[in-house]
Design a protein around this ligand. Structure first.
Ligand code: CP
Length: 334
């Protein structure tokens, strides 16, 4: 049995096969390939795209999806092994994962960090606990990485640019009034390096550099794929020569749990917003964002609504890549 928790343990060849199937599913969306199968979608955090695309994607393949929101219509869940459960939680993930495995053929989980202590959040305990106790495949719908978004992004890049190898990919931090999850940024590094792109991580200061785990994974992937990974704090130098500009905001990891100290620092870098002047430094780069996005805070209307923007294509691709993942995990080809 195989899970889809991170792309790190899926080879480029295996991911290319998922993308090939996603292209097929984009052309031919409906089948009965998962007739009679069921999937449980467990959301600890809000969603528009992920929930809709998984529910409709399952239906397109003849499967049935059940959405559960622990603490809001489903019982709150405890995760720590050996915990004395005399707090708010009514059941333990051990039972939740085992019971859902008896009802459903697959479990998908969204569980963002708690944003209090990165040394805890970086262990990704919620989805690891589901994977440990489930007896069916588990999909990551965003925890500290967002592997489904990775495939949707790469499909959009391939649709616009063809082979991504040696194309220049700039992941730029942008301002947001709240400290956001690093998941999509971590994931963008993982997929772009695995697919041979020359990747620049552009962020305001060293404090905004992503967890060393993802930089090391990105550098290893780049070494294997012929790509590269560099970190820059220079906006102009990063944009020059870019083929793809990918925007995301995140909170600085050293300030986890001390966000009132980070806010005045973050507010100094509102000028990282993607705008027409920065995009004019590039040779007609494509722009994208995972969505949801705050207009004229992270990116101007002009860039987001321009022909260079593939954000809506990337969002649509969530539907196709997730169906490919469901088929790979539930109806693997012999
Ligand atoms: N990009 C993404 O995962 O969107 P949602 O948070 O709306 O699911």
């Amino acid at each position: 049995m195989r899970h889809f928790l991170t792309t790190e343990n899926w080879s480029r060849t295996e991911l290319e096969a998922l993308l090939d199937d996603a292209r097929r599913l984009k052309r031919t969306p409906r089948s009965r390939d998962l007739e009679g199968r069921s999937i449980a979608l467990v959301f600890f955090n809000p969603s528009l795209r992920t929930r809709t695309s998984f529910e409709i994607g399952a239906a397109d393949l003849g499967a049935h999806a059940v959405v559960l929101e622990p603490g809001r219509g489903a019982w709150p869940i405890a995760f720590e092994p050996g915990v004395v459960m005399d707090g708010e939680e009514e059941e333990h993930v051990t039972e939740v994962a085992r019971v859902l495995s008896r009802y459903a053929d697959l479990i998908a989980v969204r569980a963002f960090p708690k944003f209090r202590d990165w040394s805890v959040d970086r262990e990704d305990r919620v989805i690891k606990a589901f994977a440990a106790h489930a007896t069916v495949p588990v999909i990551n719908m965003e925890t500290i990485t967002h592997p489904c978004q990775e495939l949707a992004l790469m499909l959009a890049i391939q649709e616009r640019l063809g082979a991504p190898d040696k194309k220049r990919f700039v992941l730029t931090w942008t301002y947001h009034p709240k400290p956001l999850n690093t998941a999509v940024a971590n994931s963008a590094l993982l997929i772009a390096t695995k697919f041979g792109m020359d990747v620049t991580l552009l962020c305001p200061t060293p404090e905004y550099v992503l967890d060393a785990r993802y930089l090391e994974a990105g550098r290893a992937a780049a070494a294997a794929s012929g790509g590269s990974l560099t970190v820059s704090h220079d906006i102009e130098a990063s944009y020059r020569g870019a083929d793809v500009v990918y925007a995301k905001s995140w909170g600085a990891l050293p300030y986890f749990g001390r966000w009132e100290e980070e806010l005045p620092i973050r507010q100094q870098y509102r000028h990282f917003m993607v705008d027409e002047a920065k995009m004019a430094l590039t040779p007609n780069a494509l722009f994208s964002h995972c969505l949801p996005v705050r207009r004229n805070v992270k990116v101007t209307d002009g860039v987001l609504d321009s022909p260079a923007s593939m954000a809506i294509d990337e969002a649509e691709n969530r539907l196709h890549v997730q169906k490919a993942i469901l088929l790979a995990l539930l109806a693997p080809q012999p």
